[in-house]
Design a protein around this ligand. Sequence first.
Ligand SMILES: *Cc1c(COP(=O)(O)O)cnc(C)c1O
Length: 339
Amino acid sequence: MPLYIDLRSDTVTPPTDAMRRVMADAVVGDDVYGEDPTIRELEEYCADLLGKEAALFTTSGTQGNLLGIMVHCQRGDEYIVGQQAHAYRYEAGGAAILASVQPQPLNFESDGTLDLKKVTAAIKPDDVHFARTRLLCLENTHNGMALPLGYVQEAAKVAAMNQLKLHLDGARLFNAAVFLDVPVKQLVQGVDTVSVCLSKGLGAPVGSLLCGSYQAIHEARKWRKMLGGGLRQAGILAAAGLYALQQHVSRLQEDHTHAALLAQGLTGIPGIEVQFGKLQTNMVFIKTSEQHARGLSQYLKEHNILIGTGNPIRLVTHLGISGKDIEQVIACCRAFFKN
Ligand SMILES: *Cc1c(COP(=O)(O)O)cnc(C)c1O
């Protein structure tokens, strides 16, 4: 396989040599018995980092989000969620199918927030006709955009006023914290549960964590077992996650800088429109004509560069992308639009 410059997603990174070494050396045990010291260390480390009582290592972000929903909702309950949110649109309908929880999707505002007035209006009255609205679910980052500082606390107030719980899909929460330059725990104040991914920009091969109160995580542990997520000597994976949390958070700034450089470089090319409104962290969205979108992706592939499909096209930076790669991508795009 040729070495691609892969901008499709930040999930494509293989573990680094240093990460593989800590994985190989990890002390392990049977985690279903609660006896894997490395998993426990990861869970405690992450809970502490996010200012929550407890955390649970999950197989994926999808599992973490589903567990968040299952912890807060019973069969026949409802959660309010963004129309384009991962926890609604991209998780195969798990909340409805596996948890018997109905989604109430609302359109996101252009900054990735849900309008809290619209959220309040969508809460169903206590009436025999309706599902019981129990949970509000937010996402940070959304399309690479960090939720504005203070918004989550506002949302938490609205949720509490209406007896709703608040779950945050924080798959890329650390990107938001680095962009806003605040401690990550500040972004989850007032949130009942939060799920974070280790296998995206942080560069671990597998895993996410759900964080929340002791009670919530205790509940989630049982549901996780039911979903087939009770793992054994998975400290090998947790070691990678711990390494990622300790070594790869501050370097996210590099990915953000690369994304900004990429956006700047592409701006000058006639035929490409860069969506600067979304440019905050490690994602660049560009628009081009429909016919160019297909041609560009094909042309770049022939030059060992992979990009997302669709239009706008998403370009994602990560720890496998260097400054030189960015220059190469810009040069290649320029060459394509010259022809
Ligand atoms: C990737 C992602 C998830 C789910 O993570 P998986 O580990 O792929 O299941 C959840 N939310 C958002 C916003 C994501 O980007």
